[in-house]
Design a binder for this molecule. Structure first.
Ligand code: FAD
Length: 494
C-alpha cells in the first residue's frame, strides 16, 4: 500500500447472502460513492468474495462473512494489517464516521494526501495565510462529537485554492471573534483578513461542500483518475460569453433537433423496421410536445405528415433528406435552422458538451410538456419509450446507449404516471452525472453535479440522518418551471 489509506468491501451480494446483507450492501455501496471524492487520502476497493476467482485473495484477507469492510492504514504491507469495521446495522453515516475515526488513529502513518483533521487552534487560524497560498480558508465551527468539519475537509481534498479546518465550540477566542452562536456553522476567511458566514440553506455537509466548490478561483485539482491533459488548453484564450444556467435556450434546442433529425438519424442509407418506426415515433412526439417557434412547429408537422404518408417498408436516405429540407414559403414557412450553435450547452472547448447536452435538454423538456398536457396516468411512458428507442437506434455514442438501455431495462417499465416519468428521467440523468463526475468527458468548466444544485433550488435539498436527500415534490415543481416554454430564451442573457 502507498500514500492513501484503503478500505475494501465486497461489491456484490453473493447469491446466498443472508437477509441483513441485502439491506446493508446498498448502504455500503452508497458509502463508496460518497467517499469517492476522498481519494487519494482514502481509496476504496470492492472485492466480490463469492467469485471463485477471488477465493485466494479473500482467504488471505481473512474474509469469512459478508459484507466486511477492512481499513488499511497508509503504507500497510500485509493483508493482516487490515482493521475490521463490521457492523451489520451500520448506516452510511456510521460507515463514513468509522473510516474517519480509523484515519485519525493513523498518526505516524498519516496519508500524505490527507488534510489535517484535528481541530484548528486560534494561532493556526491567525497565521494561516502567512503559511499557505490558498485564496480561502473555510472554518466549520462545531461540537466535538460532530463529523461535519472533517467530512467537508475530505470532500474538498481534490479542490485547490481553499482549505477547510474544523474549530470546536470550546475554542472560545475564535468563537467570540467570529460571533458564532450556532453549531455547526461555516465561515469563509479571505486573504485580506475579511470574513463572511457561509450562506447555506441548511447547516450541513453537502451544502457547505457545494458552496465551497462553486467559489470563484476554486478548481478541481490534479488528482483525477483516467484523465488526459489537453494540449490545447493553454492556447485557447478566447472568452466566450457565459450563458445563464437557469435558462433554456432556443439555439440549443433547435441545434439538437437539426443534428438528431438531419445528421444522426439520417446516417444509415435506408431506414426500415424498428429504426423507421422509431424515427416516425420521435417526430410524432416532437409535434405533440416540442414547444418550438411557429416556423419550427410547422416544419415538424409537415415532416410528420410526410412520414405518415410513407407506407413503404423502407425509407431511403435520399428521399428523407429531400423531405427534411426547409420550405421558406413566405406565407407558411416550415424552417428548422441548419446551423449548429450552442449557448447553454456550449463547452469550454469544442469537444465538450454540445449535442449530448442538447439531447438531454430536449427530452427533459418533452417529459415536462407531456406531464402538463394530459391526464397523469394516460400513456405515462409515451416520451420515455420514444427516448429509449431513439437512444438505442440512433444515438452515436454506443457506450452511452448501452448504459442508458441498462438503466431503462431495470426500472423504466415501472413508471406509472407522467409526473413520475419526469422524475425518472431527472434521477437517471443524475445517476449518469454521478458516474461521469471527474472523468475524461467532464468539461472542467462545467463539473458534473447532482442537479439542480442547491443555489438553483435550495428547497429541492434536505439532509436525513447526515445523508443528502432530495425533496421530490419540490424537484418536480422546479423541473416544471425550468423546462417550461416561459423559461426558453432566444439568446444569451445580457
Ligand atoms: P449534461 O449532463 O448533458 O446535462 C445537460 C443539461 O441538463 C445541464 O446543463 C443541466 O442544465 C441539465 N441537467 C443536468 N442534470 C440534470 C438532471 N438530473 N435532470 C434534469 N436536467 C439536468 N457520456 C459518457 O461519457 N458516458 C455515458 O455513458 C453517457 N451516457 C449518456 C446517455 C444519454 C441518454 C445522453 C443523452 C448522454 C450521455 N452521455 C454520456 C453524455 C453526458 O451525459 C453529457 O451529456 C455530456 O457529458 C455533456 O455534459 P454537460 O455538462 O453538458 O451536461
Amino acid at each position: 500500500m502507498q500514500q492513501g489509506s484503503r478500505c475494501s468491501v465486497p461489491g456484490q451480494a453473493p447469491p446466498w447472502c443472508p437477509g441483513h446483507c441485502f439491506w446493508v450492501i446498498p448502504s455500503w455501496l452508497s458509502t463508496m460513492s460518497l467517499v469517492w471524492e476522498w481519494r487519494p487520502a482514502v481509496m476504496l476497493a470492492a472485492i466480490d468474495c463469492a467469485d471463485e476467482a477471488n477465493q485466494q485473495v479473500c482467504a488471505d484477507f481473512g474474509i469469512t462473512g459478508f459484507p466486511t469492510l477492512k481499513f488499511f492504514r497508509a503504507f500497510s504491507k500485509k493483508a493482516e494489517d487490515g482493521i475490521r469495521i463490521t457492523n451489520p446495522s451500520a448506516t452510511v453515516e456510521d460507515l463514513r464516521h468509522a473510516i474517519i475515526t480509523n484515519l485519525e488513529q493513523s498518526q505516524d502513518t498519516w496519508p500524505p494526501a490527507c488534510p489535517p483533521l484535528e481541530p484548528a487552534s486560534t494561532d493556526e487560524v491567525r497565521t494561516f495565510f502567512q503559511r499557505n497560498k490558498d485564496q480561502y480558508l473555510a472554518l466549520i465551527f462545531e461540537k466535538s462529537n460532530s463529523f461535519v468539519g472533517r467530512e467537508v475537509a475530505l470532500d474538498m481534498l481534490q479542490y485547490e485554492n481553499v482549505a477547510v479546518r474544523r474549530v470546536l465550540s470550546s475554542e472560545e477566542e475564535l468563537v467570540e471573534k467570529f460571533g458564532v452562536s450556532t453549531f455547526p456553522s461555516g465561515y469563509l476567511l479571505f486573504r485580506n483578513g475579511s470574513f463572511s458566514r457561509l450562506p447555506v440553506h441548511i447547516e450541513a455537509r453537502s451544502f457547505y461542500t457545494y458552496y465551497l466548490r462553486m467559489l470563484s478561483g476554486v478548481t478541481r485539482g490534479s488528482y483525477k483518475l483516467n484523465t488526459t491533459v489537453s494540449a490545447s488548453n493553454e492556447t485557447n484564450t478566447s472568452q466566450p460569453k457565459r450563458a445563464d444556467r437557469s435558462k433554456v435556450y432556443v439555439a440549443d434546442l433547435e441545434s439538437t433537433l437539426h443534428y438528431s433529425l438531419r445528421v444522426e438519424a439520417a446516417r444509415t442509407a435506408v431506414l426500415s423496421g424498428d429504426q423507421l418506426a422509431t424515427f416516425k415515433c420521435y417526430v410524432a412526439m416532437l409535434v405533440k410536445y416540442f414547444p418550438g417557434r411557429p416556423c419550427v412547429q410547422t416544419y415538424l408537422q409537415s415532416l410528420d405528415g410526410w412520414l405518415r404518408n410513407w407506407t413503404e417498408p423502407e425509407l431511403p436516405r435520399s428521399a428523407l433528406k429531400e423531405a427534411m429540407k426547409n420550405n421558406r414559403d413566405a406565407s407558411h414557412p416550415a424552417v428548422l435552422p441548419t446551423n449548429v450553435s450552442w449557448v447553454g450547452c456550449r463547452g469550454s472547448e469544442p469537444h465538450f458538451r454540445g449535442y449530448p447536452c442538447g439531447l438531454w435538454t430536449v427530452f427533459h423538456l418533452l417529459t415536462v410538456q407531456a406531464a402538463q398536457s394530459g391526464p397523469d396516468k394516460e400513456l405515462p411512458l409515451e416520451v420515455l419509450s420514444a427516448m429509449r428507442c431513439y437512444v438505442r437506434h440512433f444515438f452515436g455514442c454506443q457506450e452511452c446507449a448501452q448504459h442508458f438501455e441498462a438503466m431503462a431495462a431495470e426500472s423504466m417499465d415501472r413508471v406509472a404516471g407522467r409526473e413520475e416519468a419526469v422524475l425518472w428521467l431527472w434521477s437517471h440523468h443524475n445517476e449518469v452525472n454521478a458516474r461521469l463526475a471527474g472523468g475524461d468527458t467532464e468539461d472542467p468548466k462545467f463539473p458534473k453535479l447532482q442537479w439542480p444544485p442547491p443555489d438553483m433550488c435550495p428547497q429541492c435539498h434536505k439532509e436525513e440522518r447526515g445523508v443528502h436527500a432530495w425533496d421530490e415534490p419540490a424537484v418536480l415543481t422546479f423541473l416544471k418551471a425550468h423546462f417550461s416554454p416561459a423559461n426558453i430564451y432566444p439568446d444569451y442573457a445580457e
